[in-house]
Design a protein around this ligand. Structure first.
Ligand SMILES: Cc1cc2nc3c(=O)[nH]c(=O)nc-3n(C[C@H](O)[C@H](O)[C@H](O)COP(=O)(O)OP(=O)(O)OC[C@H]3O[C@@H](n4cnc5c(N)ncnc54)[C@H](O)[C@@H]3O)c2cc1C
Length: 469
């Protein structure tokens, strides 16, 4: 570590090692850059450490536990099912999270990426200051990619602490709560609510909009909500969270709905009302990088900011805050920095998934856009109840919906509710990106018996030649 005012020259720096930053680092190294990655916390960012991965681990445990205590139609009987929550937490951290973050560290090492642990702030358009545990270091860079991600939004009248927790707290509770209140029924609130509902917690979701799981249409979310209520969950929509009062072992949330003051008491209050881009404390005011009105970094199609050699990717740019979006943009920025003048984010479809009790996945155009744009489309929908594999799995809730151009049959959008929706959606994104038609899909041989056959069935339905419906 160098202490002093003399800046050390480096080539490409990347600030933040989440799915945006670490992917950009590896790709830039593959393309010949000498890369230095700066991370103030843990390699892997939010997604690997306190986001996508640990939440999916707990969702999986919730599914297994619920299956184990539920009656099955095929005769499996289990008795005295118990869950050792401390083992769950240790597995989530040591086997799942640590395996992945160590893997990413190895990949960075393999590509000769230098890792500096510390907090970076820009001094100007050419230098960053890195504050470390034992001093600070000044780096002068040729190119920079900002990938500093986002953090949970705090409601001023209910600051995080003790029994008021953010998603990170909800992933690491020492005990399974009896009652959990969640402010915010978006994807994160609904996914974590689903985990605890499956583990026997009484979950109450307080949502400001008139619906939860914004971004997925009502027909998609209905099975999820019905199931959540069957599990004892409660959802209050069009409600405003006002304040929270804590005692040693409880927290009470006061909220207003229909002009009436209400309250609910639980063991914990999870506030999941969105995430704020980490653009405020990285010294952007010392640079010519500009923010949009919404506080995210203004970037061109190649992820370049207003400063030609500074790029920005991931949650700090406009659009949905998704790990795969961050990684995709990371690869574009890395290519652009390495001299690829064609590198552009020109995607037609950005898939989004909610890992609720029944998975929800959407890509390309959705129903609302189609309606508001008055597009001439065909909509075909095939239920998993008509799919042999789903029936053999006893997992038949949900459907596949395809939206295709009425004249050309080109696939414009797709939505899936049900088993493996998160994996199945990729076939449909591939089809959209490549301008494929429903006829191309129905003429593609899908193996039998698979859930994927339901995609072929939905395409055949769009073509007016259905076999299984
Ligand atoms: C509970 C939860 C579940 C989620 N589930 C999913 C999911 O299933 N699928 C999905 O696509 N997305 C999911 N997300 C969102 C996903 O985690 C983010 O979209 C993704 O992590 C964004 O990646 P990023 O690279 O932009 O930033 P991040 O992953 O946020 O990484 C940014 C990194 O930058 C570091 N950093 C910030 N400032 C500085 C600085 N000044 N100096 C040095 N380092 C700095 C931070 O420490 C952090 O490690 C989830 C999020 C949460 C919270």
């Amino acid at each position: 570590m160098v202490v002093g005012a003399q800046a050390r020259d480096v080539d490409t720096i990347i600030i933040g090692s989440g799915p945006g930053g670490y992917v950009a680092a590896i790709r830039a190294a593959e393309l010949g850059q000498k890369v230095t990655i700066i991370e103030r916390d843990e390699i892997g960012g939010v997604c690997l450490n306190i986001g996508c991965i640990p939440s999916k681990a707990l969702i999986n445990v919730g599914h297994h536990y619920r299956e184990a205590i539920s009656e099955t139609p095929f005769g499996l009987e289990t008795e005295n099912v118990t869950l050792d929550w401390s083992k769950t937490q240790s597995w989530k951290q040591n086997t799942v999270v640590n395996t992945l973050t160590s893997g990413v560290k190895l990949l960075l090492k393999k590509h000769h990426v230098d890792i500096i642990k510390g907090e970076a702030t820009f001094n100007d358009n050419e230098t960053v200051n890195i504050v470390q545990d034992d001093g600070h270091e000044l780096l002068q860079f040729n190119n920079a990619i900002i990938a500093t991600g986002s953090r949970p939004i705090e409601i001023p009248s209910m600051p995080f602490g003790d029994r008021i927790i953010d998603s990170t707290g909800a992933l690491s509770l020492e005990q399974i709560p009896e009652k959990l209140i969640i402010v915010g029924g978006g994807v994160i609130g609904s996914e974590l609510g689903g985990v605890y509902a499956n583990l026997g917690t009484k979950v109450t979701i307080i949502e400001g909009l008139d619906h939860t799981l914004n971004g997925f249409d009502h027909e998609m979310t209905k099975p999820v909500l019905d199931d959540f209520k069957k599990q004892g969950g409660e959802v209050v929509t069009s409600a405003t969270a006002k304040s929270a009062v804590q005692t040693a072992d409880h927290v009470t949330l006061n909220y207003e709905v229909d002009g009436k003051e209400q309250s609910v008491t639980g063991d914990y209050l999870l506030v999941a009302v969105g995430r704020r881009a980490n653009t405020d404390a990285i010294g952007l005011n010392n640079t010519d990088v500009k923010l949009t009105e919404r506080g995210v970094i203004d970037v061109a199609e190649n992820m370049q900011t207003r400063v030609p050699h500074i790029f920005a990717i991931g949650d700090i740019t406009a659009g949905p805050q998704l790990a795969h979006k961050a990684s995709f943009q990371g690869k574009i920025a890395a290519a652009a920095i390495s001299g690829d003048k064609q590198a552009r984010d020109l995607h037609y479809s950005l898939p989004a998934v909610a890992y609720t009790q029944f998975e929800l996945a959407t890509t390309g155009e959705d129903l609302e856009t189609i309606k508001s744009d008055n597009l001439e489309v065909k909509i075909s929908k095939f239920p998993f109840a008509g799919n042999g594999r789903a029936i053999s799995m006893d997992d038949t809730t949900g459907f596949i919906r395809l939206i295709s151009d009425k004249k050309t049959n080109a696939l414009l959008g797709a939505q899936i509710v049900g088993p493996s929706a998160s994996d199945l959606i990729s076939e449909l994104s591939l089809a959209i990106e490549n301008g494929l038609t429903t006829n191309d899909i129905s003429l593609t041989i899908h193996p039998h018996p698979t859930l994927g056959e339901a995609i072929m069935d939905t395409a055949e339905l769009a073509d007016g030649l259905p076999i299984h419906i």
